[in-house]
Ligand binder design. Structure first.
Ligand SMILES: Nc1ncnc2c1ncn2[C@@H]1O[C@H](COP(=O)(O)OP(=O)(O)OP(=O)(O)O)[C@@H](O)[C@H]1O
Length: 361
């Protein structure tokens, strides 16, 4: 793999905990035992590179992990393990991605452009172009939550292409607009390609993929099934969908269930071991391969889960805090409460200072 990549994704996984309810999530957070929550691995070890100036298509059936991967590359969600190296500013265009429902279209333009690093005078200079490309009329002054998905897509697309990102990530944004807007977007993407920008293009439309992409990655139930020349990968994917469509309803369900079961049963430690062994075989002279792989897996991720030690510490701090509040409210000294803890529950039982009583009398 050469150094000219714009995006590098290595051994990337994404795990979701399948809590049945918010209360179950809360209980699990405070539980000191490692309660068994079902897991689902949306990505089970993806490695790929996108070269500078390349347009990479992401294809795959519903729920295969395309959006998860594009959101990880965009920095919207963190990966569970692996390296994600993005060399440049990304701007994601998904239906409504990054748009705040309570803000108007105009306010969203300013907010997203500010977040992309533009200054207010730069945004003022771009505003007319963004507004005219989006072409959503008076809806510009309405909160985005009142927009149709087509309108959100128009606004999102217009902002994203005008803030001049190095890397554009387009997730199913072209599937909701009308034909005129679609053509405008395709022309804009072609312009971006000519300017040598890097694009990741997620779509169910194989026609769009064939027109726009230099290479294609086929994501299949959390794994990278194939990556390569657009024509070849699309041909193989078409053969798979043809095979799938030819199955009976029962066979289709069984296949999908089996795939989802694999994603639930994925063992991250076994995967790490497998990567380590493969690396050791490929580079027998390298020392400390296991430590290097471990660093690559976990070195650049912020754990979304608390370790047992941290959970114990948080619980202890919580208990101390509640006790301190109770002591404060009860009006006793800490010494009193330590000698007679019941005073917290029955405060009147320790209001026995004879002087205090006399003075009241
Ligand atoms: N927050 C979440 N919690 C649990 N599971 C999730 C979560 N987000 C996504 N998933 C699961 O991860 C898998 C991949 O979802 P993702 O949206 O990335 O697929 P996709 O290929 O983009 O699908 P589509 O083509 O339908 O947009 C799906 O099975 C989905 O149910």
């Amino acid at each position: 793999m050469d150094n000219a990549y714009k995006i590098k994704v290595q051994n990337v996984t994404k795990e979701y905990d399948l809590y049945k309810s918010q209360s179950e999530k809360l209980r699990s957070f405070f539980s000191l035992s490692n309660t068994k929550v079902p897991h689902f691995w949306s990505l089970m070890g993806i490695s790929l590179e996108v070269k500078s100036g390349e347009t990479l298509g992401l294809i795959g059936v519903n729920g295969s992990g395309k959006s998860t991967l594009s959101n990880i590359i965009s920095g919207i969600i963190p990966q569970t393990t692996g390296v994600v190296d993005v060399r440049g500013d990304t701007s994601i265009i998904a239906i409504g991605a990054g748009l705040r429902g309570n803000l108007t279209g105009l306010e969203n333009i300013r907010l997203k452009a500010l977040m992309q690093g533009l200054t207010n005078p730069e945004i003022d200079a771009l505003m007319d172009d963004i507004v005219s490309f989006a072409d959503i009329g008076d809806f510009l002054y309405q909160p985005v939550k009142s927009y149709s998905s087509g309108m959100k897509s128009r606004l999102g697309f217009s902002i994203a292409v005008h803030v001049n990102p190095d890397i554009l990530i387009i997730d199913e944004a072209l599937s909701v607009g009308d034909d005129t807007f679609y053509q405008k977007c395709v022309d804009k993407i072609a312009e971006f390609k000519e300017e040598g920008k890097t694009i990741v293009f997620v779509s169910h439309s194989l026609k769009q993929i064939e027109i726009l992409c230099d290479r294609v990655a086929w994501i299949h139930y959390g794994t990278l099934k194939e990556i390569g020349e657009t024509k070849t990968v699309v041909k193989h994917y078409r053969a798979f969908t043809k095979w799938f469509k030819a199955q009976t309803k029962k066979e289709k369900k069984q296949f999908q269930r089996q795939m989802k079961e694999n994603q639930k049963a994925f063992d991250i430690d076994a995967y790490q071991k497998q990567v380590t062994e493969e690396r050791q075989q490929a580079e027998p002279d390298q020392v400390n391969v296991a430590a290097t792989v471990k660093k690559e897996f976990y070195g650049s991720v912020i754990s979304e889960k608390m370790s047992l030690g941290n959970r114990i510490l948080t619980t202890v701090v919580g208990i101390v805090f509640v006790l301190a509040c109770l002591v404060n409210v009860s009006g006793h000294t800490l010494g009193d409460v330590v000698q007679n803890p019941g005073s917290l529950i029955h405060p009147e039982t320790v209001l026995h200072d004879p002087n205090a009583t006399n003075s009241v009398k």
